[in-house]
Design a protein around this ligand. Structure first.
Ligand SMILES: NC(=O)C1=CN([C@@H]2O[C@H](COP(=O)(O)OP(=O)(O)OC[C@H]3O[C@@H](n4cnc5c(N)ncnc54)[C@H](O)[C@@H]3O)[C@@H](O)[C@H]2O)C=CC1
Ligand SMILES: N[C@@H](CCC(=O)N[C@@H](CSC=O)C(=O)NCC(=O)O)C(=O)O
Length: 377
């Protein structure tokens, strides 16, 4: 029996308040309105950014909310005027939308899109309302995606159809962590063959930077991590060197400058630690080295360095979703995965049903988890 146009009651993991465990319970998911798409979510990854917002440290965090932004599923129904996807399409949700008509999208300079960013940040659909209800209350959306639910509603610019041959427990991870690191190396940074790099943090994002850097034929791909067990992971993805900064007798910046004849062409922060961000900048080569900030630091944290570091040519830049334009470029990444050009399967270290999503959060924070995938069925 078709559910089109009807309210769907299903299970979702609701965050009722900051720091509380998620509660898996019934939620009503309203039908999509004009330019909206209702998706049956099959798999979702769990990302540190979900934990960051759940902790209450995200200035944009508001409750009650359905978190989750790394999800894949199948289109259940579409609202009026939706032309970009259709019922039955296999899709990935996009927390960085792509309208192709706003100032950002038209600039050719960024993958950020301005069309719905304000309402997205308020946890609402573009018309300023919510499509979720539980316990008689409206529940907020998150990052325009809310994938910790068996069904979700997103704007049509926040979803992309991908090859249905690709398993959804893998494509979900292309909705954030893998694409973010891979895009940072292959799109945001302009790596030339032989460039020396340092990647701080070998989690899902850092490992993805490594595989992008290896593909660009970087010279030294030096991975810096406080967890020794990450060396094996880093080398599997293409790292040439591994350094644990806690085991050095000199600052990590001195070590990296010595290893690279003056500093790195590119460094990447994949930790979210502001001291690491400073070290990453100061490990760049004088005159041209660029430090790319990917990690998300808690509200109130700030980065600092001597302005002289910038005066002498080092550059600090950052990127969201790796600089990847989701609707235009994500289908190609899925094809690359299907042709074994990028690794995805290797990232999955843990799997959980939706009912155990709190255990997935605990696993994510343990040193041996690269990505935990949650099956929403
Ligand atoms: N800008 C964006 O679009 C996105 C940003 N992120 C952010 O990227 C960051 C990384 O995400 P994941 O890889 O999933 O995290 P993760 O926790 O799996 O990996 C972080 C790694 O950094 C290492 N580390 C921690 N402190 C360190 C230090 N002081 N020096 C060196 N290494 C250190 C840890 O041992 C770990 O291996 C998070 O802050 C996350 O919120 C995630 C996705 C998208
Ligand atoms: N809401 C936070 C900022 C969180 C943040 O930086 N999000 C990244 C993606 S992290 C994904 O896992 C992002 O895309 N930022 C760009 C954006 O427009 O939000 C805060 O206010 O600190």
């Amino acid at each position: 029996m078709s559910t089109e146009g009807k309210i769907i009651t299903c299970k979702a993991a609701i965050a009722w308040g900051p720091g509380e465990e998620l509660s898996v319970e019934d939620v009503e998911v309203l039908p999509p309105r004009a330019h909206e798409v209702r998706i049956k979510i099959y798999y979702t990854g769990v990302c540190h950014t979900d934990a960051y917002t759940l902790s209450g440290k995200d200035p944009e965090g508001a409750f009650p909310v359905i978190l989750g932004h790394e999800g894949a599923g199948i289109v259940e129904s579409v609202g009026e005027d939706v032309t970009s996807v259709k019922v039955g399409d296999h899709v990935v949700a996009l927390y960085t939308p792509e309208c192709r008509e706003c100032k950002f999208c038209m600039s050719g300079k960024t993958n950020l899109c301005g069309k719905i960013r304000a309402t997205q940040g308020q946890g609402l659909m573009p018309d300023g309302t919510s499509r979720f209800r539980a316990r008689g209350k409206d529940i907020l959306h998150f990052m325009g995606t809310s994938t910790f639910s068996q069904y979700t509603v997103v704007a049509d610019i926040s979803v992309v159809a991908v090859n249905a041959q690709a398993p959804m427990d893998r494509t979900c991870l292309l909705g954030c962590g893998i694409t973010t690191g891979y895009g940072a190396a292959t799109i945001t940074a302009k790596i030339h063959s032989g460039d020396n790099l340092a990647i701080f943090g070998a989690g899902c994002v850092g490992l993805s930077v490594i595989q992008g850097a290896a593909q660009k034929k970087a010279g030294k791909i030096i991975v810096v991590d406080v967890n020794d067990s990450k060396e094996e992971w880093a080398r599997k993805f293409g790292a040439t060197d591994f350094v644990n900064p806690t085991k050095l007798s000199r600052p990590i910046t001195d070590e990296l400058i010595a290893m690279t004849d003056g500093g790195c062409e590119y460094t990447f922060d994949c930790t979210g630690n502001v001291q690491v961000m400073r070290a990453a900048l100061e490990s760049c080569h004088k005159g041209w080295g660029e430090c790319i900030i990917i990690g998300v630091a808690a509200a109130g944290q700030e980065i600092s360095t001597r302005p002289f570091q910038l005066v002498t040519g080092r550059v600090w830049r950052g990127c969201a979703f790796g600089g990847v334009k989701g609707r235009t470029q994500l289908p190609g990444l899925v094809e690359d995965y299907l042709q074994n050009k990028i690794k995805v399967d290797e990232f999955i270290t843990h799997r959980f049903p939706l009912t155990e999503i709190n255990t997935a959060f605990t696993a994510m924070k343990s040193g041996d988890c690269i990505r935990a995938v949650v099956n929403t069925e």
